[in-house]
Design a protein around this ligand. Structure first.
Ligand SMILES: Cc1cc2nc3c(=O)[nH]c(=O)nc-3n(C[C@H](O)[C@H](O)[C@H](O)COP(=O)(O)OP(=O)(O)OC[C@H]3O[C@@H](n4cnc5c(N)ncnc54)[C@H](O)[C@@H]3O)c2cc1C
Length: 351
């Protein structure tokens, strides 16, 4: 009998999982509390970065590696431009530069090391230069996230075995036995339920692991107005006290700029937002004409938990397969995640 699968949450993870399940012969009903595509979720963004090396996240790196072939093929096909290959830049001290050199050598990825003073990026961004090196990894892909996500939503609409259920909020704590839940008081039954809402579901009091916690990341979308914008590369850390970073959209129209330190457990007030904005704009030497201040809410596992915790699992109470935290980093691994989840749900294979 054909499996009949419910997927809750139609961001990039849910959409790719729906397509992967349908490719494997299942019927799928894909729910989202908003429209599909949902232009208010985290998958609707100007630019998202794929990279190979994740020096602080051992769980993320293999999933990134397994997603690489998909993205390379995806950006290289058709008339549309979904992204481009580029380099990832880190402004680091000598010790971090040595660690990165070892890591990139071990992974057999190319890199260059430059004096920041001499680099083009220093003419576009205000980078600290004293006792700093520019580590340039040859391992990045810039994805036009909105275009990728919209394109995959179109593919859903063209797939017969997938039924879309937009504007349908599912009460996640009504999911039971991994097979049924209620929508507006009506019980829905499936052979399996997958929750890709990227938020935690209720827990036993004695649950051993930490639950993902809410975070609010402040960033600026800076609309560029500078003939040199094409030279911008993603900078993973600018080497400043707040660990600023920036990711341009693939066609370099919009620059997302933020800092690791500008992630909060409570939404910042307007004074806090102004402080972030001033600090981040001060990092730029490039011309722009519009700045949007954005606060993105998401759920995150503590860094030490993340190292040993899989990105998806079977939930202990509801029995559904779930992705409970996005950690502001899983757009790039959606191809690998969706493949693993669909293999498990349809063929019982967990590798
Ligand atoms: C500032 C910032 C920068 C980032 N940069 C990168 C990057 O460079 N590279 C990268 O790989 N990742 C990056 N990310 C993370 C990436 O955007 C997210 O991890 C990814 O988009 C999450 O996709 P998702 O499908 O899991 O969740 P989402 O896109 O958030 O979608 C979840 C969906 O579930 C729906 N939903 C929720 N609850 C319910 C319910 N009860 N019933 C029905 N529907 C429900 C929501 O409406 C939503 O549409 C970044 C994130 C942030 C905030």
């Amino acid at each position: 009998m054909r499996p009949n699968i419910a997927i809750i949450g139609a961001g990039i993870t849910g959409v790719m999982t729906a397509l992967a399940c349908a490719r494997k012969g299942a019927s799928v009903e894909l729910y989202d509390a908003a429209a599909i595509p949902n232009v208010a979720n985290l998958s609707w963004a100007h630019g998202r970065l794929w990279k190979h090396a994740h020096e602080n996240n051992a769980a993320l790196q293999p999933l990134a590696v397994h997603s690489h072939a998909f993205w390379r093929q995806f950006i290289g096909t058709g008339k549309e431009t979904f992204g481009c290959q580029t380099q990832s830049i880190r402004v680091v001290d000598d010790a971090d530069c040595r660690r990165l050199t070892q890591l990139y050598d071990a992974l057999a990825i190319g890199y260059d090391i430059q004096d920041p003073v001499l680099s083009v990026q220093s003419s576009l961004l205000r980078l600290p230069t004293t006792n700093r090196q520019l580590f340039i990894g040859h391992d990045a892909i810039l994805l036009d996230a909105q275009k990728v996500y919209a394109h995959l939503c179109q593919a859903l609409a063209n797939t017969e075995r997938i039924v879309l259920k937009p504007h349908t909020h599912v009460e996640l704590d009504t999911i039971r036995e991994g097979r049924h839940f209620s929508v507006n008081g009506e019980r829905k039954n499936y052979t399996a339920v997958i929750c890709t809402a990227s938020r935690p579901i209720l827990r036993h009091l004695g649950w051993p692991g930490a639950a993902p916690a809410p975070q609010y990341q402040v960033h600026l979308d800076v609309h560029l107005n500078d003939a040199r914008a094409g030279l911008l590369k993603p900078v993973l850390t600018m080497g400043d006290e707040h660990r600023s970073w920036c990711v341009p959209s693939p066609e370099r129209r919009v620059l997302k700029v933020s800092a690791s330190r500008f992630s909060y457990s409570m939404p910042p007030d307007s004074n806090g937002l102004q402080t972030c904005k001033r600090y981040l704009l001060d990092r730029l030497r490039i011309k722009y004409d519009q700045v949007d201040v954005v606060v993105s809410p998401y759920f995150k596992l503590p860094t030490e938990e993340r190292q040993d915790t899989a990105y998806w699992s079977r939930h202990d109470i509801t029995g559904c397969i779930t992705v409970e935290a996005c950690d502001a980093s899983i757009f790039k691994i959606a191809p690998a995640l969706s493949e693993q989840i669909s293999q498990y749900v349809i063929h019982g294979v967990n590798e």
